[in-house]
Each structure stands twice: as C-alpha cells, then as structure tokens.
Design a protein around this ligand. Sequence first.
Ligand code: ZN
Length: 271
Amino acid sequence: MPELPEVEVTRQGIAPFLIDQKVVDLVIRNGALRWPVPDIAKQIIGQTIQQVRRRAKYLLIDTAAGTTVVHLGMSGSLRILPLGTPVEKHDHIDLVLANGRLLRFNDPRRFGAWLWCELPEEAHPLLAKLGPEPLTPAFNAQQFAAALAGKTKAIKLCLMDNHIVVGVGNIYANEALFAAGIHPEAEAGKIDAERLTLLVTAVKQILAQAIKQGGTTLKDFTNAEGKPGYFAQQLHVYGRGGQSCSQCGLPLSEIRLGQRTTVFCGTCQSR
Ligand code: ZN
C-alpha cells in the first residue's frame, strides 16, 4: 500500500511534467473507484495546471477552475506517458496534456480516488479535519503534547490518527516508536515531553529517509514498461516479529493493536 513517502515521491516525479501544461482531454474508462469519479471534463479541459501539491496521502492537482484530488488507495499508481500509449488492464483514467503526454492512473483494486473540488481545498470534507503534516514545523513536540493531553489510548493508535498527525502509516508508526524507545501500548497522555520530542524527531527522520530512498529507486515515472512499484526499506521492527532486535539481540514481540500488526522490543521500548 502506498504510504506518505510513496505519495510524495510520486508528486515529485510527476509534477515537472504537469506544471504549466494545458489539459486537452480527460478520459475516464472506469469511474468505479472508491467513490464514483465525477465527469469533470467540462471543468478541466482548457485549464492549465498550476501546481501539484500533497496533503496527507492526497495529491492535489491545481487549476484556476478547481483541484483534482487523487488518492492511490491500496494499489494505485500514476505515470506520465506519451499520448497513444496502449491501454493496459486497470488503466482507469488519463489526463491528457497539450504537450503530447498524459497522466495515467492505474489501480487494480480500485480503492483509490479521483475527485474534483472547487472550494478552497482545506474545506473539502476529506481534507478539512486533517492534522498537521509530519514533515512541516506544524508537527512538533508542543503541538503533539497538546493533541495527546488526557488521551488514555495507546500511543501507536494516536500516531496513526490523521486528526493528530497525517501520513504516519503502520510501518512508520512501528519504526518511529522503536527509534524513540517507546512501547506502542504506552498511554499517550502520560508520555513526557522529552520522549515525545524523541518520537517527533524519529517520525520526521524516518519519513524523510524513506522519501530520499524512494526518490532514487522510483525516479522514473515515465517508463511505460515498469509501473512505479512501492519501495522496500530498511526496517528495524516492521515485519520482523520473532527475529532478534537490532539493538539488544532479544526476540521482537508481535501483537495486534487496533487490528494492525505491531512489532516492538519489550526491552528497548518502555511505557
Ligand atoms: Zn531490543
């Protein structure tokens, strides 16, 4: 499943091909995604793409008439291809540009989304209640402490709660808690400022590192042959339940927390 780093690397990969380009067509072959894809050909054809932004795991393709909001869901990917590239299975949408290229959305499981929004994007129901971006100064120990105050839930569930901070998926929550030495079941509201600072730093470092790594392995968004895959990373705990901890050598524990696989070291991570 694409996580925030994949979405950000996708944004960086496609943006140079889209910005300042005029849209000449929108082809919807299968609009049955997570939500029905609106027929926005009338609104978007003739518009020039101004910016390609990211908010949480949503990509925002801005024009003066409105913003196309794209989510990759469980299995979605975007590529930049020459006009006339044969359509393959699961190629659901093409945004065709005046420069002879198109942005093609492929999504085998169809949990992705392709929506249109004419409001300021912050007001869109999907985006309105999102917490701060983890890689911006808006996500910091003070803000995080305030958001967690009085919360008795497990810290891992809070870290994965988009209202508190966006884009920290299961893999990154596991890894960041390990890096900060915090037990995933620790009561969120009781973690002191010093440890929250460590956790905020770990989240930022792990996501930034993943984006950097992904940028090198996923740099080609214009290759018609290979689809941009999701990148594997060097992981300390995620997917390593029962194996030895990279810090102390003892076996890592694996539990279910909020229906998600949770791996941690009972020695190196404390409540
Ligand atoms: Zn350990």
